[in-house]
Design a protein around this ligand. Structure first.
Ligand code: EPZ
Length: 419
């Protein structure tokens, strides 16, 4: 167990460099299984979710090793098509392995990754799509078994633009003989980057307008080197830290064009934002203004930034309204923020946040990755000392968040609570 101890009241200032994207690296790692030749992922973030995915790939017979911040994966020797039951539960992205295993071998067995704190996280859209590709799917005793080579020549409509289902079906369809078209696919930048990666490997995929992706059949992938795109959620977290402390921070490497909805909302809160080739710079207001936003699939406001901006709203002048439309249980930090003096009410998928002049430091507990980040941001602005327990959950999505914030002037330190 780990705890972060934060003394609030320090305006952040300076520069920080964004790492490679967690939600970019994970599908690329899975796609290495489809390619079956040496793949090098540059600028790969050292996160516990990435390490766990690496263990899953090793468990399937792949070679996985770090060379600096490059992750090298060679799935040439992959043999077993069944992930051990004990392995996959911890992270959702184990489900991403269904598509590549089917695309390459025509068989896959993945333990049900199950839900997590933010929601039930079903896989029905993944499985419906795989069945449409002619795959036989058996569910039972805690795992999913799939058999058959993906057959193309179909058009698959997604009821919801699920990121994971889109990525899984793209990778499965790469192994089909005939073309496949996905209708209503996810439009996240990480999906586009996966398509760039697969095209560079020798497959043929393209978007046809904003609501269709065509995956050419009969492709074969070759080994390649690819740079993981910058993490727009890590970048957004640093920018919101500047906003909540009234500071001024440049996030080097951040790509403003991937963050438009978030930046628009932060401007409405009174932040001054400059996007350049170098990155994105934010100057926070003395006190944020009230805002209203709803989380939506990309290019809408990202659900992975909802908790962090929720924390900003607790200090706004006026009453803010936040609607979480993507996950059914993503307001966990509210109870912890109330312990710090926040005035927020949750009604189903909507939160009403009456801004207060100041938060006070308290002992709080991180329940999920982005909710934990929200508590850290609140601690940066609170009067006094905040202790964030269960802080190890942050390492799932941030490479040493405390060190990065300390480098920007925060008073923050980590204490290991291991028994
Ligand atoms: C990806 O999760 C991200 N994870 C999530 O980031 C992110 O919040 C989410 O996309 C939305 O942007 C990775 O990329 C590893 P979805 P994913 O399928 O693919 C429902 C973080 O903090 N749904 O787009 O699981 C689902 O329950 C994580 O970095 C079904 O109903 O998200 C949710 O309500 C959290 N059936 C909605 O769709 C399905 O078969 C969006 O889920 C699949 C999804």
């Amino acid at each position: 167990m780990a705890k972060l101890i934060i003394e609030g009241g320090h305006r952040l200032s300076g520069q920080v460099t964004v790492h490679g994207a967690k939600n970019g690296a994970l599908p690329l790692m899975a796609a290495a299984m489809l390619i079956g030749e040496p793949v090098q992922l540059l600028n790969c973030p050292r996160l516990s979710d990435v390490e766990h995915m690496g263990r899953l790939l090793k468990g399937l017979g792949c070679l996985v090793q770090w060379q600096g911040d490059t992750l090298c994966i060679d799935a040439g020797g992959a043999s077993s098509l069944a992930l051990p039951k004990s392995s996959a539960g911890a992270i959702r992205s184990s489900a991403f392995l269904l598509g590549p295993l089917l695309g390459r071998f025509g068989a896959a067995e993945v333990p049900y990754p199950g839900g997590c704190n933010i929601g039930d996280r079903p896989l029905d859209l993944h499985l419906k799509g795989l069945k449409a590709l002619g795959i036989r799917v058996e569910e039972g005793s805690g795992c999913i078994r799939c058999y058959g080579r993906p057959k193309g020549g179909v058009e698959i409509s997604l009821e919801y633009p699920s990121v994971g289902a889109t990525e899984n079906l793209i990778m499965a369809a790469c192994g089909a003989e005939a073309d496949t078209v996905l209708v209503n696919p996810a439009r996240e930048p990480e999906v586009d980057d996966l398509m760039v990666f697969l095209n560079a490997a020798g497959f043929a995929l393209r978007r046809e307008g904003s609501s269709r992706i065509r995956i050419r059949g009969g492709g074969k992938g070759r080994g390649l080197l690819h740079r993981v795109l910058p993490d727009r959620i890590e970048a957004g977290t640093f920018l919101t830290a500047a906003a909540i402390t009234g500071g001024k921070v440049l996030v080097r490497g951040a790509r403003g064009e991937h963050m438009s909805a978030l930046l628009q909302t932060l401007r409405e809160a009174g932040c001054r934002i400059r996007t350049t080739a170098e990155g994105v710079e934010l100057t926070g207001p003395e006190r944020p203004k009230e805002i209203r936003f709803s989380t939506m699939p990309y290019p809408g406001f990202p659900t992975d930034m909802q908790s962090q901006v929720f924390a900003l709203c607790t200090l706004a002048k006026g009453t803010s309204l936040v609607e979480e439309t993507v996950f059914e249980n993503r307001f966990a930090p509210a109870a912890e923020l109330r312990r710090m003096g926040a005035d927020c009410r949750i009604r189903g998928r909507t939160a009403l946040i009456r801004g207060v002049k100041a938060l006070r430091g308290a002992e709080v507990t991180a329940r999920d990755l982005r909710g934990g980040a929200a508590l850290v941001l609140a601690g940066l602005a609170a009067q006094g000392i905040t202790e964030v327990y269960n802080a190890q959950v942050l390492s799932r999505g941030y490479e040493n968040l405390a060190a990065a914030l300390k480098g920007l002037g925060a008073s923050i330190r980590k204490e290991d609570q291991s028994p």
